[in-house]
Ligand binder design. Structure first.
Ligand SMILES: CC(C)(COP(=O)(O)OP(=O)(O)OC[C@H]1O[C@@H](n2cnc3c(N)ncnc32)[C@H](O)[C@@H]1OP(=O)(O)O)[C@@H](O)C(=O)NCCC(=O)NCCS
Length: 134
């Protein structure tokens, strides 16, 4: 059975811990750092995440990082192209109008378009508000 759970505020560290221990991230990419921060209560303000689980096992995540108003997503390889990441993103609550995403793997711009989130290509140097894109 497929289930989706939303985490924010006091439950954010719980969701972050679950996502981290189930390795819902590309090693070295931002998600893993954010899970660690959220678990410790850092940089969590305004952030939220949604985890999709299959028969109780977490397999996909969407995260809104409040500080950068950025959405990120990850789906375990075996479960990709089943609409899971888009479904997680749709369950994020009250996203602001200036929400953005950065390009991930090849083809991700098409993915963000499907998810309805404006995205920036990897070679885009600066975020709209002027911060360096790293
Ligand atoms: C990007 C990612 C999150 C997509 O997860 P997913 O659960 O497979 O995505 P969905 O099934 O919801 O995709 C919905 C649509 O997006 C598009 N899409 C998704 N992955 C795509 C790809 N690799 N190439 C082209 N289009 C893609 C397709 O239009 C897809 O619909 P379709 O399968 O009916 O054609 C997943 O591939 C992933 O975890 N990648 C590594 C991490 C990453 O790059 N994250 C994004 C930056 S934070």
């Amino acid at each position: 059975m497929l289930t989706f759970k939303h985490y924010a505020g006091t439950t954010l560290p719980v969701g972050a811990s679950l996502a981290q221990s189930n390795r819902l991230y590309v090693p070295g990419w931002t998600l893993s750092t954010l899970y660690a921060d959220f678990k410790d209560g850092f940089r969590a303000e305004g952030s939220q995440l949604v985890i999709a689980s299959k028969d109780g096992t977490p397999i996909a995540v969407a995260l809104f990082y409040g500080r950068d108003h950025q959405v990120m997503a990850f789906t375990r390889q075996a479960f990709r192209r089943q609409g899971l990441a888009v479904q997680c993103i749709k369950r994020l609550k009250d996203l602001p109008e200036n929400v953005v995403a950065g390009e991930g793997i090849d083809g991700t711009l098409e993915f963000w378009q499907k998810a309805g989130i404006p995205a920036y290509a990897r070679d885009y140097d600066f975020w709209p508000r002027g911060d360096r894109f790293e």
